[in-house]
Design a protein around this ligand. Structure first.
Ligand SMILES: Nc1ncnc2c1ncn2[C@@H]1O[C@H](COP(=O)(O)OP(=O)(O)OP(=O)(O)O)[C@@H](O)[C@H]1O
Ligand SMILES: [Mg+2]
Length: 470
């Protein structure tokens, strides 16, 4: 990791020189500013990890400068230096957002101690945020199933690439594990203690995407009541994952290209460039070569991001992974649902092996989640492998126990339609089993009650229709 960057603001030239030399010797990268205006100018161009500000300066008071710096980065710790110790000063500094204060003349060791402590706290806070971002899941290789040759090569590539800072381009169909690989790359890299920031470019409206990525200045557009750090800045020192980059509108593609080429960018409404240290990983399920041909994706951007490609094979091309994935996912799901289900009957496994898995690992996971939810035993039997049957076995006579959940066997429908239909049938089935007791049904479905009600509403299912009358 590069040394922490500190900004010291004081109108006493001798003190600036002294602090700069001493903190420099303590392995910090120190920038100095003589007044508030200079401090702000420097802070707009560089991201600092911490600031040390004199309370009384020629042009402004130190706390106002602190507040200006906090509009750029609310999380940055600030140490205030005061000329004379007074409880009021100290209290005011702390309530206005200072990390701590020191009275002049201060002891150098005290200063270094406070700086270390503040940075340590900041690291912990970032770490917490990162862990939450990663949902406490582990993305070490133990949790990535890859017995298949192609997948083995993917993992080898990940281990290798993680050590570099190059842009990685992950291509794979829906549910093949693109996000899993992106997170693993981050966690294997030297940036693992930095943030992992992800954005789904398909999920954000065009007019908001630019400011989401690059941030904006206060007043840059209607509703921009305060300046905001964009995701690029939030990912400083870590990794920025641009998911579904194939869906990025052309207008934003231009801005991204410029940011990648110039290694700096301008927040919306700002003329001051910002530089950050970020590793980029992109993912797409679209064929971007085709998108380029169709004029929907910029060719120059494609070449800029297509530095190290990783291609994830569809699940149907790695059937040998299925039994291992089943083992892994059954453990994960049983723990989540607090059930003890540890295997499949041979017929159930056979059914999984015959399916062609358009939704890949995610579809397999959903299939198993349903089966684990419904089973009354500690193994999964083939009759619980439901929607798989509908796709692979359309000629089935339709008179077995499972068929009643599947009114249509039209394999032409889209995965989304099939999923929606499956979800509705599933909910009805669970409600029937529970005699219309919603609390019990929600539990069985592994959903919070509120989420379960939302699902019922979405499918226009009335609980009353399933209440047992006896
Ligand atoms: N090789 C693997 N080993 C274990 N679990 C996996 C593997 N690949 C995918 N998964 C699991 O499958 C699910 C889907 O994976 P992920 O979200 O990474 O796919 P994706 O390609 O990003 O999907 P989408 O295109 O829908 O965004 C996740 O729950 C993930 O944990
Ligand atoms: Mg994804």
């Amino acid at each position: 990791m590069s040394p922490a960057k500190l900004l010291v603001v004081d109108d006493d030239q001798n003190l600036l020189e002294f602090v700069k030399t001493k903190l420099g010797a303590a392995n910090y990268q120190v920038s100095v500013a003589f007044d508030g205006e200079e401090a702000l100018r420097i802070a707009r161009a560089t991201l600092f990890d911490l600031a040390i500000i004199d309370m009384r300066l020629a042009d402004q008071d130190g706390m106002t400068i602190m507040e200006h710096l906090h509009t750029l980065d609310p999380a940055m710790p600030v140490i205030i230096l005061t000329g004379h110790a007074s409880v009021e000063n100290a209290v005011e500094a702390m309530t206005r957002g200072a990390y701590t204060y020191l009275t002049k003349p201060f002891d150098l060791h005290d200063l270094i101690l406070q700086v270390n402590r503040a940075l340590e706290n900041l690291k912990l806070a970032n770490e917490n945020r990162r862990l939450k971002g990663l949902l406490n899941e582990k993305y070490d290789f133990d949790n990535i199933i890859a017995k298949n040759d192609k997948m083995q090569r993917v993992l080898e590539a990940v281990a290798h690439i993680a050590k570099t800072d190059s842009t990685v381009y992950i291509h794979g169909a829906s549910g093949t594990g693109k996000e899993v690989i992106a997170k693993a790359l981050h966690l294997q890299s030297i940036r693992k203690d930095g943030p992992f920031v992800a954005i789904n470019c398909a999920a954000i409206p065009e007019n908001l995407l630019e400011s989401e990525l690059f941030g904006h200045e206060k007043g840059a557009f209607t509703g921009a009541v305060r300046s905001t750090k964009g995701l690029f800045t939030q990912a400083h020192g870590g990794t920025l994952f641009l998911d579904e980059i194939g869906d990025m509108p052309l207008s934003v593609q231009v801005k991204l290209l410029r940011a990648l080429e110039e290694r700096q960018f301008y927040p919306v409404g700002s003329e001051k460039p910002v530089q950050v240290d970020v590793r980029i990983i992109v993912a797409t399920k679209k064929d971007l070569v085709e998108e380029v041909k169709q004029g929907r994706f910029r060719e120059d951007l494609f070449y800029r991001i297509h530095v190290i490609p990783i291609v994830l094979p569809p699940l149907k091309d790695r059937l040998e992974d299925i039994p291992h994935l089943v083992d892994h996912l059954l453990k994960k799901i049983s723990t989540q649902l607090k059930k003890d289900v540890h295997g499949l009957t041979p017929r159930a496994m056979e059914r999984l092996m015959q399916h062609n898995w358009p939704g890949n690992v995610r579809e397999l996971e959903n299939t198993l989640e349903y089966a684990v939810t419904m089973t009354q035993q500690n193994v999964v039997t083939d009759d619980l492998i439901l929607h798989v049957k509908s796709a692979t076995n359309p000629a089935s006579n339709g008179h077995d126990a499972a068929s009643q959940f599947l009114p249509t066997r039209d394999t032409q429908k889209s995965l989304k339609e099939a999923r929606t239909e499956f979800e509705k049938e599933y909910l009805i089935q669970v409600l029937e089993l529970c005699g219309g007791k919603a609390v019990r049904a929600a539990e069985m479905a592994g959903k919070y009650r509120a989420d379960f009600y939302d699902l019922l509403k979405k499918h226009e299912i009335r609980i009353a229709d399933y209440k047992k009358t006896d």
